[in-house]
Design a binder for this molecule. Structure first.
Ligand code: NAD
Ligand code: PRE
Length: 301
């Protein structure tokens, strides 16, 4: 089966970007969408995020061969319940959640017998909502598919082909492994940003407003990440608890070692680490994770 009709449930940053990307890059696929929030549905219609914004979830999925749930991970089960009765036989159900193992369990429970192929486009911004999406968000970015070992191979291939059609690079991964890798590369970095911006703001009393006034460079970069959607990130940490706590334990040990090095005047340890991390930055840039965010690098960003 090749995909001809996609239904997008949740029309915020990711759902809206998928809708725009399909219309831009695979226009032969028809797009319908629905969001629980009436204001989002109205704005999605105004922006043309999908060809048809529906009044109900049932109408959106009625003849879809691919349904993609683009809601916060804590809302996946509710979204699955909303489509359950109307889901066509044989349709692929996927999602874009930032954590995978617990979402897959929730979807299997809500949609017994459905063809469920979870996925995670590793692309986003700190913005959210129906005004945030853009068609090139997924260009040259990874989309990690985490099918169960007994998943329908043709459905996995169809979904991988769909994401490649949107410009992404598809990769297959075990869900638990995905959750550990993303805890390292995405979840803990966000937690660090939330923490440092929170700490700096708490220190405003001491610094009398100077943290915000003089924030440039490093702190400013952290504030972009720390501006990310609170609902989304609350749900990520609650659903990827084990992997996040494991990586956080290791991070805390490394931080304590740095604290000791600073206290002891151990410059070699600091220099060695900073040399190593500088080389890692070079590798990341060389591996060409092109940043498709339209405002990336702009002065007002
Ligand atoms: N933001 C990112 O950078 C990013 C990147 C990759 C994956 N993701 C994942 O994508 C998903 C969506 O994130 P987003 O950034 O698009 O969020 P968003 O807040 O921009 O959009 C989510 C939308 O889902 C709607 N919604 C909530 N509950 C619903 C329900 N039960 N039924 C229907 N609609 C519902 C909301 O009204 C909202 O419009 C999350 O699971 C997130 O983890 C986010
Ligand atoms: O670029 C950003 O602003 C993001 O936070 C995107 C990012 C990431 O951490 O890389 C955030 C969450 C996702 O699940 C995938 C991508």
């Amino acid at each position: 089966m090749s995909i001809e009709r996609v239904a997008i449930i949740g029309l915020g940053l990711i759902g809206g970007s998928i809708g725009l990307a399909v219309q831009d890059k695979i226009p032969e696929i028809r797009t319908r969408g629905w969001d629980v929030d009436a204001d989002v549905r109205r704005r999605a219609g105004e922006r043309g995020l999908v060809q048809q914004v529906c009044d109900t979830a049932a109408e959106a999925v009625a003849d879809a061969d691919l349904v993609i749930l683009c809601v916060p991970v804590g809302a996946m089960a509710y979204a699955a319940d909303a489509i359950a009765a109307a889901l066509p036989q044989g349709a692929i159900v996927s999602d874009v959640g930032s954590s995978k193992a617990s979402v897959a369990r929730a979807l299997r429970h809500a949609l017994p017998g459905a063809t469920i192929i979870p996925a995670h486009p590793v692309a986003g911004t700190e913005k959210s909502g129906p005004d945030a999406g853009f068609a090139d968000l997924f260009s040259h970015r990874w989309c990690i598919l985490t099918p169960a070992p007994d998943a329908d191979e043709a459905a996995v291939a169809d979904l991988a082909g769909f994401w490649e059609g949107l410009g992404a690079k598809a990769e297959i991964m075990d869900a638990e492994h995905h959750d550990l890798v993303l805890a390292v590369t995405s979840h803990i970095p966000h937690l660090i940003a939330f923490t440092i911006v929170g700490t700096a703001s708490d220190l405003e009393d001491v610094t009398q407003g100077e943290v915000i006034k003089y924030s440039a460079g490093g702190f400013r970069d952290f504030t972009r990440i720390a501006a990310s959607d609170p609902t989304m990130w609350r749900d990520v940490f609650l659903t990827n608890r084990d992997a996040v706590l494991e990586v956080l334990g290791r991070f805390s040990e490394d931080l304590t070692a740095l604290q000791r090095a600073i206290r002891n005047g151990d410059g070699d340890t600091l220099f060695e680490l900073f040399t190593r991390t500088r080389a890692i930055r070079r590798q990341v840039v060389e591996q060409g994770q092109d940043d498709a965010r339209p405002d990336f690098g702009r002065k007002d960003h």
